[in-house]
Design a protein around this ligand. Sequence first.
Ligand code: PEP
Ligand code: MN
Length: 263
Amino acid sequence: LVSREVKPDNTVVQLGGLTLGGAAFHVIAGPCSVESREQILSTAHAVKKAGATMLRGGAFKPRTSPYEFQGLKGDGLALLAEARKETGLLVTTEVKDTATLDAVCEHTDILQIGARNMQNFSLLEAVGERRKPVLLKRGISATIKELLMAAEYIVARGNTQVILCERGIRTFETMTRNTLDLNAVPMLKQLSHLPVFVDPSHGIGVRKAVPAMMRAATAVGADGIIVEVHPNPPCAKSDGFQSLDFPEFEKAMHEVRAIAQAM
Ligand code: PEP
Ligand code: MN
């Protein structure tokens, strides 16, 4: 169902006046985790001003260690809803399991499936039953085909609004957090009609290098990017080392816009 052979024309996700996968390039920006009211509201205003069309922020965080910050959970969802109301930005947040799916659906415009859950088939089937767009991130060691098959689980249940997201894969390289596989973008566009986004933050995992990969993702033909932005990255509760501060994000947005317009 996700193959371009079956459906030659691009799937366009329509969402509150936005068209994802159409002519316009979209930027989803915000902190890795929602940490406080002040933090999410200030970030929402800053990223909106810089040109982002959607806000990201994790409430239920899948952390490598159980002793790391796990997110504000329900309180985080409420803060996202507040930021949405105050700025008019659409929001996306990760749905970590089926138990919290109802709560997440209530407060978010796009359901994010994290890399660690790309092959959580019961979760994929559960979001497939909903009629809310899904941003499906590529698994840490997933092939392009496995990503497409994960999307197939969602679309097979009737939810056709799936956005694929390249977020870096694990390779032998240790200098960067992951290896951002920009090859995946033209391949996915060729193989599938679904919109393709790129996450340069998790893809490289090095703050100073994120803007370069934002530009590269734009130039390679992605439909949009999702990028981590924090008011004070060194003090972030998660992923500060790869989060841009407001001036860095604003500068990167100017560059991205110039490339997107030239495409
Ligand atoms: C995130 O977006 O903060 C996140 C946890 O991403 P991923 O699932 O790609 O690791
Ligand atoms: Mn993160």
